[in-house]
Design a protein around this ligand. Structure first.
Ligand code: ZN
Length: 351
């Protein structure tokens, strides 16, 4: 008899996700089977829940969603020799090919063939996940499952923040969602002098202040220029981390940067947004688009930083058991939470 598992599935072409019984995946020779302990809810999952235009174009109906996870290896493919049963792990959710020029050059994160678990292929919102052994990232004992479950978005933050040298620099982060807040914390850890984070949501700015040693600015009610004067920024910020996807935030960032400033851009503006390119040209600004995490350099860096004092634990504001997922998604959609972690180890009726 096929063994079944609880899994959170996009089983209808309409808003919502549904907890369903699915067969535990069968692994191939190069895969491992991971028993999921904790998962994080991502903004991407909200798009999939809402079934917006991007989700309708991208996500196949019937998909098990979710890509932020921590768990334990319970089965190993026959060709996998460097992992063991019982190993706690998280993992890179971007599955890559081995044919593209980028991959053959070792730039795995730039593979145009990338497919995402929980987006294009079966995901981690389930009791078990099949993952290529190559994608597994073992978790050291001093990193909890809760933190393990949010290494994917922390990795986005680390990749963004470490795009440019931050030591002694003044950094502006636009967007105080969980990734923006974590990017600000990383910038502080990486030796920035001032880290200013902007948003228009007071709850998020309050959370930013709790998580990291940053200056929160509500640009709906406060003048960023006044804050810059108070911090004695003579010319402007040296580095900008754009994590909001807001056109107004990007415009403000370009204005607030020094000549020759640099911007790492992770936020996704809606559709085609007008940009004042002449400002960018005349200020000699460099803009870098950031996608995912560097595989696996970002993972090594973030684990090392977590072991060396980077503390982002307060970014997790809510914890629910997985069968309470609807509460988790409602809380997330309110826009005022930090990361929300679902626990898959309890609360189900076992068959
Ligand atoms: Zn995510």
């Amino acid at each position: 008899m096929t063994k079944l598992m609880n899994s959170l599935v996009k089983s209808k072409a309409e808003p919502g996700l549904w907890m369903e019984q699915r067969p535990v995946p069968e692994i191939g020779p190069d895969d491992v089977l991971i028993r999921i302990n904790k998962t994080g809810i991502c903004g991407t999952d909200i798009h999939i829940w809402n079934w917006d235009e991007w989700a309708r174009k991208t996500v196949p109906v019937g998909l098990i969603t979710g890509h932020e996870f921590a768990g334990e290896i319970v089965e190993i493919g026959r060709d996998v020799d460097d992992l063991s049963i019982g190993q706690r792990c998280s993992g890179e959710g971007h599955l890559i090919g081995h044919l593209s020029r980028q991959v053959r050059a070792g730039k795995f994160h730039l593979d145009p063939e990338t497919r995402g678990i929980g987006v294009n292929v079966q995901g981690a919102f389930a009791e078990y996940l099949c993952l290529p052994a190559f994608n597994v990232v073992p978790l050291p004992d001093d990193i909890s499952d809760d933190i393990g479950a949010i290494l994917d978005p922390l990795g986005n933050a680390v990749h963004t923040a470490l795009s440019f040298d931050l030591l002694g620099e003044d950094v502006l982060v636009t967007g105080a969602g969980p990734i923006g807040i974590m990017a600000a914390a990383v910038a502080r850890h990486a030796g920035a002098r001032h880290v200013v984070i902007t948003d228009i949501n007071p709850d998020r700015l309050a959370l930013a202040e709790q998580v990291a040693d940053v200056v929160p600015v509500n640009v709906a009610t406060q003048d960023l220029k006044e804050v810059m004067a108070r911090l004695k920024l003579v010319q402007g910020f040296d580095v900008g981390l754009e994590v909001s996807g807001s056109q107004a935030a990007l415009d403000q960032m370009v204005e607030a940067l020094v000549m020759g400033g640099r911007i790492a851009m992770l936020g996704i503006p809606p559709g085609k947004s007008p940009v004042d390119w002449s400002r960018i040209v005349f200020k000699a600004i460099t803009i870098k688009g950031v996608y995912g995490r560097e595989i696996f350099e970002t993972w090594y860096k973030m684990i090392a930083m977590l072991q060396n004092g980077l503390d982002i634990s307060k970014i997790i504001t809510h914890r629910y058991s997985a069968n309470n997922f609807e509460t988790g998604f409602t809380t997330m959609k309110s826009g005022s939470s930090g990361k929300i972690v679902l626990d898959w180890t309890k609360g189900f009726d076992k068959q």
